[in-house]
Design a binder for this molecule. Structure first.
Ligand SMILES: Nc1ncnc2c1ncn2[C@@H]1O[C@H](COP(=O)(O)OP(=O)(O)OP(=O)(O)O)[C@@H](O)[C@H]1O
Length: 654
């Protein structure tokens, strides 16, 4: 039996529940928040609220930076009072800055995009000259036919056929170069994002971060037409892209949780949310269509107007008698030429207007990409500013240990996890971390792994000798050999077949070695679908046994295994000298550990040596007490496994 003093803030846990930003998240604001003018308006309103700064899909809800927003009106945790702020994305200095960054990313070395762009521009210029020449051909026909000049006619015929082919060839090359440029641009931009986004520490952080309001205070003097016609489109294109992203994300989640949804008969709910998000998406698309209508109208009108204008222009000199001296064939030729030139000019003018529509799309995408880039920048700066962010890495010394020195840190929502925590995980001493749900057991591991920053103190660990095993391991697509060496795919070829079989046997997965004949066959099937949850956890242990680190940090890593397999995993760890730091809920795991670290869920903690006599469970004696949770026989009893104050020791007696 052991006792803990609860910290002064008895309500801490409840507060966390109420203000924790992940608790109250829905894709949409409550109906009461929506305008009451029918479902159409209501859904439209949802479009805005869905992508308002306060909204985030569930997995994206946390940020240390936005801690204050978690408790302010309009923050995710207070959805019902969220003000409906409207984001407006405009053509302004921020847009230009973002656009410039995107261009830099697209055109950076070793991309072929710059050369393609230069080639495309040159070709377009040459082709424009050819097209112009083709356009003037009919006027020459008027002339040669009017003069009944057969030689000139056949000469013109050959020349015009050649130029027409040349123009067709030019258009095809332009299409080809344009497509290559699009592919190359996409490749360099995506590689750029991969490079800055999928990398240590960053990946997790960015997925956990908040949407930030990246409004800008700057405005450039853009034209009135742009303000009136293009800017509204930029705005809606942004929302359309967001809606598209959310819609796809939802479907990815359905795929991921298909089994759970089916077990809980959640198909109707899934369909409802899919339908709803489709409504939102379609409405944003409709919005884009409506907003583009004025531009389309202008564009179409200009092109029709051009054809009439040409005759208006030519009528002036004709009625003024300027061509009275010319033969009628020459007059027809002049009329044809002038009409072509004016139609050509109006066509080019309408293309400029078309560019406005296209550009508004580009501006919408730019807003979205720009926001992502800025968020990544901020995250980067944040990481660099956190002095004690990533635990110090040390190479292995004789004194192998993981040390927390006076460490305090909070959740991203600002709730205290642990305060002044000084602790040493010794190599050779298996330690279990226990405490009620939400006490911060996994958070300690997050801090250890550098996923969460610590506000104070220092964590020192021999990082290369620590491997983390989460409750749900990540299984990659690929061969069995690659699965075992994950994440060091390149080293897979160095693993012999005998080694593969050996570690699989240790992890009680020998049947997989029997089933799979070729360890290098890349299975297109998802491994996580081929293996049961317990087998997936065993695969993670197989990786651990292969890597043989000094510390294996196990976050409920055996929760899906049968008791015998679980025991086998700890036995193998002992044989391989892997020290286990285990987050768990079951007292049955005590027999594999020598030390216990108990969190009380209020920032307090305490540590105990586990006595391994047959009836000793209720007699655990605290061997060290530091920090907030000071042990005292006079204080409240807390069962650190269940977190249940009344039920203290019940689990042990059982
Ligand atoms: N990304 C996050 N943003 C905000 N709060 C979080 C986040 N992740 C966890 N928390 C909060 O941090 C607290 C500690 O979470 P943690 O996962 O460490 O608990 P735990 O002790 O491992 O719980 P369990 O026994 O249920 O696994 C919880 O209150 C949880 O709501």
């Amino acid at each position: 039996m052991y006792r803990l003093i609860p910290t002064e803030d008895e309500t801490g846990d409840e507060d966390r529940t109420e203000t924790g930003s992940i608790r109250n998240q829905h894709g949409f604001v409550p109906e009461s928040d929506s305008p009451s003018k029918g479902p159409f308006r209501s859904i439209f309103h949802k479009v805005r609220s869905l992508f308002s700064p306060g909204h985030r899909p569930r997995a994206f809800n946390c940020s240390w930076r936005s801690r204050s927003t978690a408790t302010t009106p309009g923050a995710p945790g207070n959805r019902s009072t969220a003000p409906k702020r409207k984001h407006v994305f405009m053509l302004d200095r921020v847009f230009l800055k973002r656009f410039w960054r995107i261009l830099q990313a697209m055109f950076r070395k070793p991309s072929k995009a710059p050369w393609l762009y230069i080639g495309l521009t040159l070709f377009c210029c040459v082709n424009e000259a050819v097209v112009y020449y083709v356009g003037t051909i009919p006027s020459r026909y008027y002339k040669v036919l009017g003069d009944k000049d057969m030689t000139a006619f056949f000469r013109l015929l050959i020349v015009s056929l050649l130029t027409v082919f040349l123009a067709g060839f030019g258009k095809t090359v332009i299409y080809y170069l344009g497509s290559l440029l699009a592919l190359e641009g996409r490749k360099s931009l995506t590689l750029h994002f991969h490079q800055i986004y999928i990398r240590p520490k960053f990946f997790y952080r960015i997925l956990m971060m908040h949407d930030e309001e990246l409004d800008n205070p700057y405005f450039l003097l853009s034209s009135i037409a742009s303000r009136m016609l293009i800017n509204p489109i930029v705005d809606v294109v942004f929302y359309k892209e967001s809606a598209e992203g959310y819609f796809r994300y939802l479907h990815v989640r359905f795929r991921q949780f298909a089994e759970s949804i089916t077990f809980s008969r959640g198909e109707d709910e899934a369909r409802r949310s899919a339908d709803e998000s489709l409504d939102v998406l379609l409405l944003t698309q409709l919005d884009v269509i409506y907003k583009e209508l004025p531009l389309k109208f202008l564009q179409q009108s200009v092109s029709y107007f051009g054809s009439i204008l040409s005759y208006v222009i030519i009528s002036v000199p004709i009625f003024m008698g300027k061509y009275d001296d010319l033969p009628s064939s020459d007059v027809s030729s002049v009329i044809s030429k002038i009409s072509f030139v004016s139609m050509y000019l109006t066509y080019q003018f309408s293309k400029i207007i078309q560019c406005g529509t296209d550009f508004s799309d580009v501006a919408g995408y730019t807003s979205r990409l720009g926001q992502l880039m800025e968020a990544l920048d901020e995250m980067n700066a944040e990481l660099e500013n956190i002095a004690i962010d990533f635990p110090h890495e040390e190479s292995m010394t004789m004194d192998a240990s993981i040390r927390f020195e006076n460490v305090s840190f909070d959740t991203p929502a600002g709730d205290l996890i642990i305060s002044n925590f000084t602790y040493r995980f010794e190599a050779g001493v298996n330690t279990m971390i226990v405490g009620p749900n939400g006490a911060g057991k996994t958070s300690i591991l997050r801090a250890m792994g550098g996923l969460w920053p610590v506000a104070k103190g220092e964590i020192i660990l021999p990082r290369r000798d620590v491997i983390f095993l989460p409750q749900t391991p990540y299984l990659t697509y690929g061969t069995l050999r690659e699965q075992l060496v994950y994440p060091l795919k390149k080293t897979a070829s160095g693993v012999s077949d005998a080694d593969v079989v050996r570690v699989l046997k240790m992890a009680r997965l020998e049947h997989i070695a029997d089933t799979i004949e070729d360890f290098d066959m890349a299975y297109t099937l998802d491994w996580s679908k081929m293996l049961s949850p317990g087998e997936q956890q065993k695969m993670a242990f197989a990786r651990l046994f292969y890597a043989r680190p000094v510390f294996g940090v196990l976050d409920e890593a055996t929760s899906s295994m049968d008791a015998e397999s679980e025991s086998e995993m700890f036995k193998q760890c002992r044989l391989l000298n892997i020290t286990c730091i285990t987050v768990c809920h079951h007292s049955s795991l005590e027999k594999y550990h020598q030390q216990k670290l108990a969190l009380d869920g209020r920032g307090g903690w305490s540590s105990f040596e586990i006595q391994h006599s047959s009836d000793c469970h209720s007699d655990d004696i605290p061997i060290s007490t530091t920090g907030v949770g000071v042990v005292s026989s006079e204080e409240m009893e807390v069962d650190t496994l269940t977190g249940n104050v009344e039920d203290a020791n019940q689990g042990y007696r059982d």
